[in-house]
Ligand binder design. Structure first.
Ligand SMILES: [Zn+2]
Length: 211
Protein backbone atom coordinates (compact mmCIF):
# COMPACT_ATOMS: atom_id res chain seq x y z
CA UNK A 1 0.00 0.00 0.00
CA UNK A 2 1.28 3.44 -0.86
CA UNK A 3 1.17 6.15 1.72
CA UNK A 4 0.86 9.62 0.42
CA UNK A 5 2.87 11.66 2.91
CA UNK A 6 1.90 14.89 1.24
CA UNK A 7 -1.68 14.27 2.20
CA UNK A 8 -0.80 13.94 5.84
CA UNK A 9 -3.09 16.17 7.82
CA UNK A 10 -1.13 15.89 11.05
CA UNK A 11 0.40 19.31 10.65
CA UNK A 12 -2.73 21.03 9.39
CA UNK A 13 -3.62 24.20 11.22
CA UNK A 14 -6.96 24.46 12.93
CA UNK A 15 -9.37 27.21 11.91
CA UNK A 16 -8.12 29.75 14.45
CA UNK A 17 -4.48 29.04 13.63
CA UNK A 18 -5.20 29.48 9.93
CA UNK A 19 -6.64 32.92 10.46
CA UNK A 20 -3.70 33.92 12.68
CA UNK A 21 -1.19 32.59 10.15
CA UNK A 22 -2.91 34.52 7.39
CA UNK A 23 -2.90 37.72 9.43
CA UNK A 24 0.80 37.31 10.22
CA UNK A 25 1.48 36.78 6.54
CA UNK A 26 -0.52 39.89 5.58
CA UNK A 27 1.31 41.95 8.19
CA UNK A 28 4.65 40.82 6.83
CA UNK A 29 3.69 42.36 3.48
CA UNK A 30 2.84 45.71 4.97
CA UNK A 31 5.44 48.46 4.74
CA UNK A 32 6.29 50.59 7.74
CA UNK A 33 5.58 54.33 7.53
CA UNK A 34 9.29 54.98 7.01
CA UNK A 35 9.50 52.50 4.13
CA UNK A 36 6.45 54.06 2.47
CA UNK A 37 7.99 57.50 2.73
CA UNK A 38 11.27 56.26 1.27
CA UNK A 39 9.57 54.46 -1.59
CA UNK A 40 6.89 56.93 -2.58
CA UNK A 41 7.66 60.33 -1.19
CA UNK A 42 7.25 63.15 -3.64
CA UNK A 43 6.37 66.56 -2.22
CA UNK A 44 4.11 67.49 -5.13
CA UNK A 45 2.31 64.17 -5.25
CA UNK A 46 1.56 64.28 -1.53
CA UNK A 47 0.30 67.81 -1.91
CA UNK A 48 -2.02 66.90 -4.78
CA UNK A 49 -3.27 63.83 -2.97
CA UNK A 50 -4.08 65.94 0.05
CA UNK A 51 -6.13 68.39 -2.04
CA UNK A 52 -7.95 65.49 -3.69
CA UNK A 53 -8.85 63.95 -0.33
CA UNK A 54 -10.00 67.28 1.07
CA UNK A 55 -12.27 67.71 -1.96
CA UNK A 56 -13.62 64.20 -1.37
CA UNK A 57 -14.51 65.19 2.20
CA UNK A 58 -16.39 68.27 0.99
CA UNK A 59 -18.27 66.18 -1.55
CA UNK A 60 -19.20 63.48 0.92
CA UNK A 61 -20.53 66.11 3.34
CA UNK A 62 -22.53 67.73 0.54
CA UNK A 63 -23.91 64.35 -0.51
CA UNK A 64 -25.06 63.61 3.05
CA UNK A 65 -26.75 67.01 3.20
CA UNK A 66 -28.45 66.53 -0.19
CA UNK A 67 -29.74 63.08 0.69
CA UNK A 68 -31.07 64.24 4.05
CA UNK A 69 -32.71 67.22 2.34
CA UNK A 70 -34.40 64.94 -0.16
CA UNK A 71 -35.60 62.74 2.66
CA UNK A 72 -37.11 65.68 4.52
CA UNK A 73 -39.03 66.90 1.48
CA UNK A 74 -40.13 63.61 -0.01
CA UNK A 75 -40.58 60.93 2.64
CA UNK A 76 -43.52 61.77 4.82
CA UNK A 77 -43.79 58.48 6.68
CA UNK A 78 -41.93 59.13 9.94
CA UNK A 79 -40.77 55.57 10.53
CA UNK A 80 -39.56 55.10 6.98
CA UNK A 81 -37.75 58.43 7.08
CA UNK A 82 -35.96 57.46 10.30
CA UNK A 83 -34.76 54.15 8.85
CA UNK A 84 -33.49 55.85 5.69
CA UNK A 85 -31.86 58.61 7.72
CA UNK A 86 -29.94 56.10 9.84
CA UNK A 87 -28.89 54.25 6.71
CA UNK A 88 -27.63 57.38 4.94
CA UNK A 89 -25.68 58.57 7.97
CA UNK A 90 -24.11 55.23 8.86
CA UNK A 91 -22.97 54.47 5.32
CA UNK A 92 -21.65 57.94 4.49
CA UNK A 93 -20.09 58.79 7.84
CA UNK A 94 -17.87 55.74 7.55
CA UNK A 95 -16.58 56.95 4.19
CA UNK A 96 -16.02 60.41 5.62
CA UNK A 97 -14.05 59.08 8.59
CA UNK A 98 -11.90 56.90 6.34
CA UNK A 99 -11.10 59.87 4.09
CA UNK A 100 -10.30 62.08 7.06
CA UNK A 101 -8.03 59.37 8.45
CA UNK A 102 -6.17 59.23 5.13
CA UNK A 103 -5.57 62.99 5.34
CA UNK A 104 -4.17 62.57 8.86
CA UNK A 105 -2.01 59.71 7.63
CA UNK A 106 -0.56 61.80 4.80
CA UNK A 107 0.21 64.51 7.31
CA UNK A 108 2.05 62.00 9.47
CA UNK A 109 4.08 60.75 6.52
CA UNK A 110 5.09 64.33 5.71
CA UNK A 111 6.22 64.85 9.30
CA UNK A 112 8.27 61.65 9.16
CA UNK A 113 9.85 62.76 5.89
CA UNK A 114 10.72 66.14 7.34
CA UNK A 115 12.52 64.31 10.15
CA UNK A 116 10.39 66.13 12.65
CA UNK A 117 9.19 63.02 14.40
CA UNK A 118 8.41 64.05 17.91
CA UNK A 119 8.65 61.08 20.20
CA UNK A 120 5.57 61.38 22.31
CA UNK A 121 5.97 59.25 25.39
CA UNK A 122 2.24 58.78 25.72
CA UNK A 123 1.59 57.43 22.25
CA UNK A 124 2.41 54.42 20.14
CA UNK A 125 1.80 53.90 16.43
CA UNK A 126 0.17 50.94 14.72
CA UNK A 127 3.65 49.94 13.53
CA UNK A 128 4.87 49.96 17.14
CA UNK A 129 2.06 47.61 18.15
CA UNK A 130 2.74 45.30 15.19
CA UNK A 131 6.45 45.20 16.00
CA UNK A 132 5.77 44.59 19.68
CA UNK A 133 3.54 41.65 18.78
CA UNK A 134 6.33 40.11 16.73
CA UNK A 135 8.79 39.80 19.62
CA UNK A 136 8.97 36.02 20.25
CA UNK A 137 6.84 35.28 23.30
CA UNK A 138 9.05 32.37 24.41
CA UNK A 139 11.97 34.81 24.72
CA UNK A 140 10.04 36.94 27.22
CA UNK A 141 8.49 34.02 29.10
CA UNK A 142 11.92 32.39 29.50
CA UNK A 143 12.79 35.19 31.88
CA UNK A 144 10.18 33.82 34.28
CA UNK A 145 10.04 30.07 33.72
CA UNK A 146 12.04 27.31 32.09
CA UNK A 147 10.51 26.28 28.76
CA UNK A 148 10.90 23.13 26.77
CA UNK A 149 9.94 22.41 23.18
CA UNK A 150 6.65 20.57 22.89
CA UNK A 151 5.39 19.79 19.39
CA UNK A 152 5.42 23.05 17.51
CA UNK A 153 5.19 25.04 20.72
CA UNK A 154 6.69 25.33 24.20
CA UNK A 155 5.59 24.11 27.62
CA UNK A 156 6.67 25.18 31.07
CA UNK A 157 5.57 25.75 34.63
CA UNK A 158 2.96 28.49 34.64
CA UNK A 159 4.48 31.87 35.57
CA UNK A 160 1.12 32.98 36.94
CA UNK A 161 0.34 30.22 39.44
CA UNK A 162 2.15 27.66 41.58
CA UNK A 163 2.34 24.15 40.12
CA UNK A 164 4.59 21.07 40.04
CA UNK A 165 3.95 19.91 36.48
CA UNK A 166 3.83 22.19 33.42
CA UNK A 167 0.52 23.42 32.07
CA UNK A 168 1.63 26.67 30.48
CA UNK A 169 1.69 26.45 26.69
CA UNK A 170 3.04 28.84 24.07
CA UNK A 171 1.98 28.77 20.43
CA UNK A 172 4.86 30.45 18.53
CA UNK A 173 2.79 30.84 15.36
CA UNK A 174 0.16 33.00 16.98
CA UNK A 175 2.62 34.25 19.63
CA UNK A 176 0.00 33.53 22.28
CA UNK A 177 -0.07 31.64 25.59
CA UNK A 178 -2.57 29.48 27.35
CA UNK A 179 -2.48 28.02 30.84
CA UNK A 180 -4.34 24.71 30.97
CA UNK A 181 -3.89 24.57 34.73
CA UNK A 182 -5.49 26.33 37.67
CA UNK A 183 -5.25 29.94 36.53
CA UNK A 184 -6.43 29.41 32.92
CA UNK A 185 -4.68 32.62 31.90
CA UNK A 186 -4.26 33.26 28.20
CA UNK A 187 -3.40 36.09 25.87
CA UNK A 188 -0.81 37.56 23.56
CA UNK A 189 2.63 38.98 24.25
CA UNK A 190 1.27 42.40 25.20
CA UNK A 191 -1.11 40.85 27.76
CA UNK A 192 1.80 38.85 29.18
CA UNK A 193 4.10 41.86 29.62
CA UNK A 194 1.23 43.96 31.02
CA UNK A 195 0.45 41.37 33.65
CA UNK A 196 3.99 40.27 34.61
CA UNK A 197 5.42 43.79 34.78
CA UNK A 198 2.19 45.37 35.99
CA UNK A 199 2.05 47.82 33.07
CA UNK A 200 -0.75 49.48 31.15
CA UNK A 201 -1.02 48.98 27.39
CA UNK A 202 1.29 51.73 26.06
CA UNK A 203 4.21 51.19 28.47
CA UNK A 204 3.95 47.44 27.72
CA UNK A 205 4.25 48.07 23.97
CA UNK A 206 7.16 50.43 24.56
CA UNK A 207 8.94 47.87 26.73
CA UNK A 208 8.55 45.22 24.00
CA UNK A 209 10.08 47.59 21.44
CA UNK A 210 13.32 47.50 23.42
CA UNK A 211 13.77 43.78 22.68
ZN1 LIG B 1 -1.50 29.08 35.21
Amino acid sequence: MRTNFYNSNLDALDFHEQIEAENTWKKSLRLTDKEIVEAFYDQELFYEKNIELEQDCVEIKKMIKDKLGYLKNNIKNKEEAEILRTFIISSSIRELIETENLIKYLKRLRIIKAGRVVINKNRVTRDDIDRAKQVPLDQIVSEFTKLRKCGRGFMGLCPFHQERTPSFHINPETNTYNCFGACQKHGDIINFVQEKYNLTFIPAVKQLLTY
